[in-house]
Design a protein. Structure first.
Length: 99
């Protein structure tokens, strides 16, 4: 999620935005004060993006079938002589390889 962070004398305030516009509850007085502080060089505003970056392990976890479905695949592979489960696991590992 992207948001703006205002830092002033070690105090950090986060402002969530709609269309990159600050939203305040007190009709803009804090916004005007914040802009004056930034212009004076006593505070800073920076855009922060803390959207989580998924690892290959995260991607694999969501791509694998549930445990129950995997056990069912293994059962049918043993009974029917197929390789459905091995093929499923291999396709996930190919799609999301280890770095």
């Amino acid at each position: 999620m992207k948001y703006f962070q205002h830092s002033n004398d070690g105090v950090v305030t986060h402002y969530f935005t709609e269309d990159h516009k600050f939203s305040f509850t007190d009709e803009g007085t804090r916004y005007d004060r914040m802009l004056a502080e930034v212009e004076a060089g006593t505070s800073t505003i920076e855009e922060v993006d803390d959207t989580p970056v998924l690892t290959y392990a995260d991607n694999r976890r969501t791509a694998y079938a549930s445990w129950g479905d995997q056990l069912d695949m293994q059962y049918h592979d043993a009974v029917d002589g197929t390789t459905t489960w091995k093929d499923h696991v291999a396709s996930v590992k190919v799609e999301y390889p280890k770095p």
